[in-house]
Design a protein around this ligand. Sequence first.
Ligand code: MTE
Length: 304
Amino acid sequence: MLIRKPDDLRYSEVTPRALFLDRRAFLASLPAALLAREAFAAKLPDVHPSPLSTTEKPNTFAEASSYNNYYEFGTRKDQPAKLATGFKTNPWTLSVEGMVKKSLKLGHDDLLKVAPLEERIYRHRCVEGWSMIIPWIGYSLSALLNKLEPTEKAKFVAFESYYDLKQMPEAPSAHIPLPYVEGLRLDEAMHPLTMLTVGMYGENLPPQNGAPIRLTVPWKYGFKGAKSIVKIKLTDKQPPNTWNIINPPEYGFYSNVNPNVDHPRWSQATERRLGEFTRRPTLMFNGYTQVASLYNGMDLKKFY
Ligand code: MTE
């Protein structure tokens, strides 16, 4: 077995030779996220840096791939990295349909070919109050939607995640309606920052981060970023979104990062960046103020 040394693995964490020779003990000693990376990772070719990136220092791969929300694979942060390791993402079909002139079905390899791949280092702010900096790889959702030619009637975009009890036996214990669904207004979906993400840290996405394709909307709370998407549908009505279905007073449709609108049970004024001790102030629109004009004239306390 070829064992690579990921860049973010410290020398103090490198396994002693005797332990390495005992394969079972070695595997049991490895953090789940790194194991999954060995089994799954492939470097993505021809990735170009994006001017949309923040210059802040990214979190480590280990942080981004072992502290996850993916309820289909368990509700604890450490569970998806362990329980999604065998998730089968090839073959895959992403169906893009609805109020469009041309609908499309994309297979696993097509997902990488929609547009040139860019690395975009984005802020990632969860509604629970933690944040990370993640170098995602993908392209603007608009590159895909423009190929389909949305009709005049299309006003929203609905997203649906994969759901299969056989592959996700832990899912019912999450007690949330599945499949996971999300939605954006069409102008939000067409904003260049809105990204279809196929990789991170130079490689394809690990299963726990939403392989093979997920949504990334950096000015919104993380839950808008539906993982492992199988359907994108253009509609004329505001689509349902999972957390809003579960608890409407706590989770809205817009869910723009907003330090001035508290969650009913906690303040959103500050956040804890993973790996840091002191909380830092949360920025309006997570710092992506270029999207402010999308919400001109809207009361963002009402449309939370
Ligand atoms: N997508 C699906 N299908 N299932 C989920 O449970 N959790 C959401 C979102 N997408 C979730 C999902 C939540 S609550 C967050 S904060 C982000 O994924 C977390 O993304 P990350 O694990 O890559 O940080």
